[in-house]
Design a protein around this ligand. Structure first.
Ligand SMILES: Cc1cc2nc3c(=O)[nH]c(=O)nc-3n(C[C@H](O)[C@H](O)[C@H](O)COP(=O)(O)O)c2cc1C
Length: 357
């Protein structure tokens, strides 16, 4: 399959990251990026939020904030796509520049602060494009100037429940003051109580909550406890980090914001394993942070994830990376004698249960 990204990358990377991203979105929107063949290896089939995805590799939130290209990204090979973060009202986010590439580290630092076109525009787009045929998540966040951030989540959940397979409560954004409110377990519990009080005409939506990697173990236990007590369906581990471990470029490291990509891999994978220990089997985990190969995705699955997501890997590898990750993941599952992603996550149920080297 012809991949134009290696030729285009030097040009794109000469541009400011947000300009390059906007060009990428426009190229996808206008059909300039050829779709990848959708012939996923059956070993990758994964059940997520009650429906079948042909593979467990998902697009992480932030790439398609306004739902402009979710069906095009699905056609690039993702098994599921998360759009957003979306806030009730449109907002501009933090002043530019606010996204920085760290090519030496395969990383990005961003302090975007949720620029997005708001709930009305997204709802109109979803109604027009249609949803339901792609496993879709919508990432929800409070407006930066909201006087009642919990109410923002309730409004958004009511608005978008019908469109999505899951609604992600982003309670871990490092870049806005309102992103930090729900790191307080009491505030989190209050917000979840308010969501529980909504009278749904049909079934309650499925919720995921996205966790921050920059919290200590005691707080993590409390937050996970609150989330499970409110029957949250999935935990997404993790958001970007304020830490700068493993970053080689001191100038880039000095930029404020959340770090993603390769330096986040070890931290977010260790946190995933810890969340599995705390939460037990009662909740689905989605692993995100620094995935750039099939081995990375496999490590997240072995740490307890039923599915993985990525964003920064695409900045350096383009969408051909999705096909490579799927191929390598299939090979690793077979190498170790697993018949499915779920079997690998659970530790192996077949007679050929592996000894991991
Ligand atoms: C530019 C940028 C914008 C992001 N915006 C959001 C967002 O709006 N909501 C959210 O939950 N996560 C957001 N994220 C975090 C990603 O979804 C993901 O959790 C994080 O980048 C780690 O994955 P990665 O290393 O594969 O990028 C953003 C990440 C980047 C790089």
């Amino acid at each position: 399959m012809f991949d134009p990204f290696p030729a285009l990358r030097p040009l794109l990377h000469r541009l400011d990251p947000e300009t390059a991203h906007e060009l990428t979105l426009r190229a996808l929107e206008s059909g300039l990026v050829p779709a990848q063949p959708r012939d996923d290896d059956p070993i990758l089939a994964t059940r997520l939020f009650g429906r079948e995805a042909t593979n467990p590799i998902g697009l992480a939130a932030g790439f398609d904030k306004d739902g402009r290209v979710y069906e095009k990204m699905h056609a690039q090979g993702f098994g599921f796509v998360e759009i957003g973060g979306i806030t009730p009202r449109a907002q501009r986010g933090n002043p530019r520049p606010r996204v920085f590439r760290l090519p030496e580290d395969g990383a990005v630092i961003n302090r975007m602060g949720f620029p997005n076109g708001g709930a009305d525009a997204l709802a109109a787009r979803l109604a027009k494009k249609g949803s339901g045929w792609i496993p879709l998540g919508i990432n929800l966040a409070a407006n930066a100037d909201s006087a009642d951030p919990a109410d923002d989540f309730v409004q958004l959940a009511e608005r978008f429940a019908a469109y999505a397979d899951f609604l992600t409560l982003d309670v871990s954004c490092p870049n806005t003051a309102n992103g930090q409110v729900f790191l307080d377990p009491v505030c989190l519990a209050e917000m979840l109580d308010r969501l529980d009080a909504v009278a749904w005409p049909a079934r309650r939506p499925k919720y995921a909550a996205k966790l921050a990697p920059d919290i200590d173990d005691a707080l993590l236990e409390r937050l996970v406890g609150v989330l499970l007590a409110h029957r949250i369906d999935a935990l997404i581990v993790s958001n970007t980090t304020r830490a700068r471990d493993g970053v080689h470029d001191p100038r880039a490291a000095a930029e404020a914001g959340g770090l993603s990509g390769r330096p986040l891999f070890a931290r977010s994978t260790a946190m995933l394993a810890r969340v599995r220990e705390i939460a037990g089997e009662g909740v689905t985990l989605i692993g995100v942070g620094g995935v750039a190969s099939g081995a990375d995705a496999y490590a997240k699955i072995r740490a307890g994830a039923s599915a993985v997501q990525l964003y920064t890997g695409l900045v350096y590898g383009g969408t051909a990376l999705i096909t490579r990750i799927k191929r390598e993941l299939g090979q690793l599952l077979r190498r170790d004698g697993f018949g499915s992603v779920e079997e690998a996550r659970a530790g192996g149920t077949s007679a050929s249960r592996p000894v991991l080297s």
